[in-house]
Design a protein around this ligand. Structure first.
Ligand code: NZQ
Ligand code: ZN
Length: 394
């Protein structure tokens, strides 16, 4: 077995009315003032924000708010949040929403713990992340897995760059997960989330390192579970059990446990982040749009692994590894399409793009072709361009 390190500090409170624990959980962290971070209003309309505020206040905790987080969250709003946290003396940041709110909360937690710094400098690596305020989460969508992850992804509107900062210090201290909160999700967000969960698992499964059998088995189990329940929830979005399974898969897919002892690939995420930054496409959609092109580009490097994925996840067994691998790629895309998720750039609102744009994005994803990305196959700008090109159709 390959050696690994795993750190999972997040206390999970899962089930109906989980959000009502917000007050007692914040108190466990000795919070006196909580900055609540939320998005474009879904949590106001559903009454969730009010419920969370009420239980915080019932514990004698003061509340400050930062609303307006957008999907593909912007650095500028996070900076506003940093000021708010410092000026109000917030000692805990609590996201009420999805990945975009959680990542904004994490960013605030980093810079507010070190007044006088510029948030961007943590993203550029100029200032190391050495401390952070504690972050709590009330999760409203299963997707990004940020409720247990070590990363925060922000888009800098001035440079057009979407990138993550990583530190164990930003792993949330606690996350409340009530699957009922997902009843109000737009269908498109539900399916984007299902894709993202699959991708967090697959971007760790398809790596150049074999071994660590349990890691593979967990990943395959997450994939089978999210696919099966994804179809059920797509048919009936009030299916509490299906949503529960999806929600828990979301956390497991991205807390590290599906990739122990091996390098992460995350090349499709690099490709997808460019589409998110430039065209403001939903994160999950950017991933399904490029995955098939990536998979066809690389599968011949390890047909056995792709075939194993086909056998264990899709129950496909053709006469040899290559045929099983190809069938598994097709089956995955068929699944994406059954959820009305894009499998090419032309399926998204951005549409087919001219060559220059594809080259520009490939360049940005590799810092001007100065670094290789991915692990299953390490790639530079030229290869990324090839993958975009293969996905650039309708
Ligand atoms: O803003 P509101 O009004 O709340 O609406 C949101 C938003 O429009 C809506 N929504 C969420 N929960 C809802 C709901 N609407 C009704 N009822 C509910 N219960 O859904 C929309 C999308 O929300 P968002 O937070 O953007 O979704 P998601 O969780 O998919 O997060 C995506 C972001 O996370 C990043 C992505 O790049 C993207 O920016 N990621 C973060 C990661 C991490 N920190 O570990 C890893 C991921 O790979 C990913 O990169
Ligand atoms: Zn993702």
């Amino acid at each position: 077995m390959h050696s690994f390190e795993q750190y999972m500090p997040t206390k999970i409170v899962f089930g109906k009315e989980a959000e009502l624990k917000a007050g007692t959980l914040a108190k466990e962290w000795q919070a006196k003032k909580v900055l609540l971070v939320y998005g474009g209003g879904s949590v106001v309309r559903s009454g969730l924000l009010g419920r969370v505020e009420a239980v915080l206040k019932a514990e004698g905790i003061e509340v400050e708010e930062l609303g307006g987080v957008k999907p593909n969250p912007r650095m500028s709003l996070a900076k506003e949040g940093v000021k708010k946290a410092i000026n109000s003396g917030a000692d805990l940041v609590m996201a009420v929403g999805g990945g975009s709110c959680i990542d904004t909360a994490k960013a605030i937690a980093i810079a507010a713990a070190k007044p006088g710094t510029d948030l961007e400098e943590f993203w550029s690596g100029k200032i190391p992340i050495e401390k952070a305020l504690p972050v709590g989460v009330v999760l409203t969508i299963a997707a990004a897995g940020s409720e247990m992850s070590d990363s925060a992804v922000l888009t800098n509107e001035e440079t057009g760059k979407k990138a993550g900062a990583h530190s164990d210090l930003v792993r949330p201290k606690f996350a409340m997960m009530n699957p009922e909160l997902m009843y109000t999700l737009p269908k498109y967000q539900l399916t984007c989330g299902i894709v993202d969960i699959m991708m967090h698992t697959m971007e760790r499964y398809f790596t150049p390192v074999d071994g660590n059998e349990l890691t593979d088995e967990i990943a395959e189990g997450v994939l089978r579970t999210v696919i099966r329940n994804g179809l059920k929830a797509y048919e009936d979005q009030q299916n509490y059990d299906a949503l529960s399974e999806i929600m828990w898969c979301g956390s497991i897919s991205h807390n590290g446990i599906t990739g122990l002892g091996r390098p992460k690939d995350f090349l499709c995420h690099k490709l997808g982040h460019q589409l998110g930054a430039k065209f403001d496409e939903a994160h999950g959609a950017t991933l399904s749009a490029v995955w098939g092109s990536w998979a066809r580009y690389v599968y011949h490097l390890d047909e056995a692994r792709f075939a194993n994925y086909g056998r264990k996840v899709w129950n496909i067994d053709e006469e040899n590894d290559e045929k099983t691998a190809v069938a598994a790629i097709e089956k995955t895309e068929e699944f994406f399409r059954s959820l009305h998720m894009p499998t090419c750039l032309g399926d998204m609102k951005m549409g087919i793009q001219p060559d220059e744009v594809l080259k520009e994005m490939a360049g940005k994803a590799t810092a001007g072709d100065t670094m290789k990305v991915g692990a299953f196959q390490k790639m530079g700008a030229k290869e990324l361009y090839e993958i975009y090109k293969k996905a650039n159709h309708r």
